[in-house]
Design a protein around this ligand. Structure first.
Ligand code: ATR
Length: 277
């Protein structure tokens, strides 16, 4: 908890207008009657370091970091958590009272917390997971799946070398699968995760063959615009459990809000509706 009477937090990106985080944190601030604010901060690459060293002197207790700064910020922080180091990116900064910058990554936590809430019976240890995509989001997902006890991960990405790099970083539980063969391993998986932008409004359609999906498999999509993606609709029609991606965005914000504002916020229907309205 901070000593500031009116703690400030925010989200730094470039551009930043699209971010849902200000609405989320402001909703929680209002709901719990906490004095403080959370603002969008458009900051370009060349100003990032200067801004991060100035914000703690202006009443800021921390910030979220989004595209394109999630990797760069690691070299500016004074201390980086092990999980952020493993993921290779940070999404949450906490400013110490001495101005020191602590960097963490809560995306993996948000991913797992969302699945536990949306599919309470899901047991990650029961079988392999298929992860589609090998970008920044996939790194957070894979690290948290390994922590959660998934025995094996089929990893498939359009650009195969990126998946090979993730295998080097995350180890022997990962098996890289050609993009054109992704559909084949889905039938052996009890968890399926789309971390690519396929199916997002304005992006290419999701075309990975889903005929092999087994009823009961947990299917989740990090894409949350639209909320019900074609992947989730198809999976549901095939008898799979589905969890949409909005919850990951909400849950990844929980540890940060708690650190900055001193209260652990709830993720419930009211929170979802506040973001969607
Ligand atoms: P994020 O941080 O959200 O993961 P990213 O690092 O840009 O974003 O990664 C985007 C992912 O979507 C990548 O896995 C990308 O595949 P490539 O590594 O081959 O680029 C995947 N992706 C984007 N457009 C795609 C498409 N049309 N077909 C298949 N995969 C696509």
């Amino acid at each position: 908890m901070t000593d500031h009477a009116f703690p400030l937090a925010g989200v730094i990106g470039y551009p930043i207008g699209h971010s849902k985080s200000p609405r989320l944190h402001r909703y929680w601030l209002g709901r719990y009657g906490i004095a403080g604010d959370y603002v969008p901060l458009p900051v370009s690459d060349d100003n990032l370091r200067h801004v991060l060293h100035t914000l703690p002197r202006m009443g800021f207790v921390g910030v979220n970091i989004t595209i394109p700064h999630k990797v760069t910020v690691m070299s500016i922080a004074d201390q980086v958590t092990d999980r952020a180091t493993l993921i290779g990116a940070a999404n949450t900064l906490i400013f110490g009272s001495d101005g020191r910058i602590y960097a963490d990554n809560t995306d993996g936590y948000g991913f797992i917390a969302n699945l536990k809430q949306g599919a309470p019976d899901w047991d990650p240890s029961l079988g392999p997971a298929t992860v589609l995509g090998a970008g920044g989001a996939a790194r957070a997902v894979i690290s948290s799946l390994i922590d959660a006890g998934v025995p094996h991960i089929f990893l498939s990405n359009r650009t195969r070398p990126k998946a090979e790099t993730l295998k080097q970083d995350f180890g022997s539980r990962i098996e890289v699968v050609d993009w054109v063969k992704a559909g084949n391993v889905i039938e052996d998986s009890t968890t399926l995760v789309n971390t690519t932008s396929l199916g997002m409004q304005g992006a290419a359609e999701f075309r990975v063959p889903l005929d092999g999906l087994r009823p009961g498999t947990l299917v989740t999509d990090l894409v949350y615009a639209p909320l019900r993606t074609k992947l989730l609709e198809t999976a549901e029609a095939m008898g799979c459990q589905t969890v949409d991606g909005l919850g990951m965005l909400l849950h990844q914000a929980v540890p940060a809000f708690e650190r900055w504002f001193g209260r652990r916020p709830e993720v419930d229907d009211a929170t979802r509706n506040a973001i969607l309205s």
